[in-house]
Design a protein around this ligand. Sequence first.
Ligand SMILES: C[S@@+](CC[C@H](N)C(=O)[O-])C[C@H]1O[C@@H](n2cnc3c(N)ncnc32)[C@H](O)[C@@H]1O
Ligand SMILES: Nc1nc2[nH]cc(C(=O)O)c2c(=O)[nH]1
Ligand code: SF4
Ligand SMILES: [Mg+2]
Length: 242
Amino acid sequence: MSKLPVLEVFGPTIQGEGMVVGQKTMFVRTAGCDYSCSWCDSAFTWDGSAKDEIIQMTPEEVWERLNCLAPGNFSHVTVSGGNPALLKNLDGLLDIFEANGVAAALETQGSVWQDWFLRIQDLTLSPKPPSSLMKTNFEVLDDIITRLMDAGRLANMSLKVVIFDDKDFNYAKDVHLRYPAVPFYLQVGNDDTATENNENLTKKLLDKYEWLTDKTAADKDLNNVRVLPQLHTLLWGNKRGV
Ligand SMILES: C[S@@+](CC[C@H](N)C(=O)[O-])C[C@H]1O[C@@H](n2cnc3c(N)ncnc32)[C@H](O)[C@@H]1O
Ligand SMILES: Nc1nc2[nH]cc(C(=O)O)c2c(=O)[nH]1
Ligand code: SF4
Ligand SMILES: [Mg+2]
């Protein structure tokens, strides 16, 4: 039985980002990432700082943990990371969700394809802009998006780009123009992922949300997009497990 490297199971909370923002959901956060974004708000999943917290769990154990945390109190689970797309086999967990009427969402950067993507109800692809210092492999991203679209999954997918500066904004625009049919989200970047001063952080993030909204509103290439903050960060700051 294939085990999953799990770092966090938490919820119920709300999905704070993207295509199903506000959706009540549980989270399963896996360890390991093929990227190392300069501003990653979940760097503990890949930088070694939480390596002692990684638990190898069977799908049944993950299901048990979810039900222990929230018995009868969820119908939606978001799998994030790290990059959960590094896991070759998520089918065991998806089988259990399906058998129990639970919808699955996924957060990934779009650097790796897995066949089980076709079983995800809310699939977010979040390619990384220049400020991350990562480089998008557009051949891979083209392939992922083509496979999903060929399988009729447009209603189950979205692109979400995090924006810190003008260069990121232009990158986001390029991505949207490359895949105009895919629902597109611009997300405010949090450049202070360590602070515990929530009042200060909220003010900064709302100022940036206004900046990003104004820029998007003024841009004729971005008529059919959505601009969002990270709602969970506005509510709870940089706290883990919410
Ligand atoms: C932690 S990542 C995990 C999933 C996957 N590795 C990815 O990046 O899509 C989840 C989401 O958080 C976003 N994110 C990470 N750090 C952020 C930050 N400092 N500000 C805003 N969004 C951030 C990522 O872009 C991604 O959309
Ligand atoms: N509430 C909440 N919403 C989220 N959306 C994406 C998250 C993530 O870290 O992948 C996340 C998270 O960690 N918490
Ligand atoms: S791809 Fe996601 S988890 Fe990996 S470093 Fe970037 S933001 Fe963090
Ligand atoms: Mg997060």
